[in-house]
Design a protein around this ligand. Structure first.
Ligand code: 13P
Length: 250
């Protein structure tokens, strides 16, 4: 089965409501309507209700950057996955490196979020990746396997997951993984997912993706698209990444 390409933009904690609206009004015009690439934008959750209307009929989906593993309750400051579902949101990032390393999200918590999202019929985008120290100590494969194992511990095998390989040392640093490094990590992930019957899982690369490094990365056999941070904040730049991903052959 041919895996469909996917480009996701993670806006992180950026964009005022007015900027987000202006972005949404430009964006669909920058793309061909019949593009064979799926596009998902992950804004701050507070912007989701505004953007749902703005992106309506654009073909672009919206996702949440995070959620709690419980449906609702006394969890001050958290985002309820049930509320996301009621808003019509289908996708949610889990285990993003900034959640893991700045906010202490654990592998166990990532697994609980996947379980809850599957219960709600939503699709988790499971972010995995090693730190520079782990890579230097030759632990990359072990780290990726452990992160996948925990994320899938209570996942529903019949439901969809998406995986994003985001080496921590490449996020926001301008230091993109070489195609060789990225492909090797993606192949490890593909093989590991295959052992679970999930060989057709979409696996994205993330970490300093820019229009000038997309073409070589997407030509790698196991890279199905991108999770873009900084470069997704400029509509022209992000549209360019989407077009280059679509046009690349492999
Ligand atoms: P940058 O593209 O800014 O490196 O961020 C990557 C990322 O964290 C996407 O989730």
């Amino acid at each position: 089965m041919k895996r469909r390409k996917l480009v996701a933009g993670n806006w992180k904690m950026n964009m005022a409501p007015s900027e987000a609206k202006s972005y949404a009004s430009k964006y669909p015009r920058l793309l061909k309507r019949d593009m064979e690439v799926n596009i998902i934008i992950f804004p701050q959750s507070i912007l989701l209700p505004i953007l749902i209307d703005e992106f309506k009929n654009s073909g672009i989906k919206l996702g949440s950057q995070n959620c709690h593993w419980e449906l609702q309750g006394a969890f001050t400051g958290e985002t309820s996955p049930q509320t996301l579902k009621q808003l019509g949101i289908e996708y949610c990032l889990v285990g993003h490196s900034e959640r893991r390393h700045t906010f202490g999200e654990t592998n166990v918590q990532t697994g609980m979020k996947v379980r809850t999202l599957h219960q709600l019929g939503m699709t988790p985008i499971i972010c995995v990746g090693e730190t520079v120290g782990e890579r230097e100590r030759g632990q990359t494969e072990d780290i990726l396997r452990t992160q996948i194992d925990s994320a899938l511990k209570d996942a529903d095998p019949k439901k969809t997951i998406i995986v994003a390989y985001e080496p921590v040392w490449a996020i926001g640093t301008g230091r993109v993984a070489t195609p060789d490094i990225a492909q090797k990590a993606h192949a490890v992930l593909r093989e590991y997912l295959k052992q679970r019957g999930l060989q057709n899982t979409t696996i994205l690369y993330g970490g300093s993706v820019k229009p000038d490094n997309v073409a070589t990365l997407v030509s790698c056999p196991d890279i199905d698209g991108f999770l873009v941070g900084g470069a997704s904040l400029e509509p022209e730049e992000f549209a360019n990444i989407c077009l280059l991903t679509l046009n690349a052959s492999r």
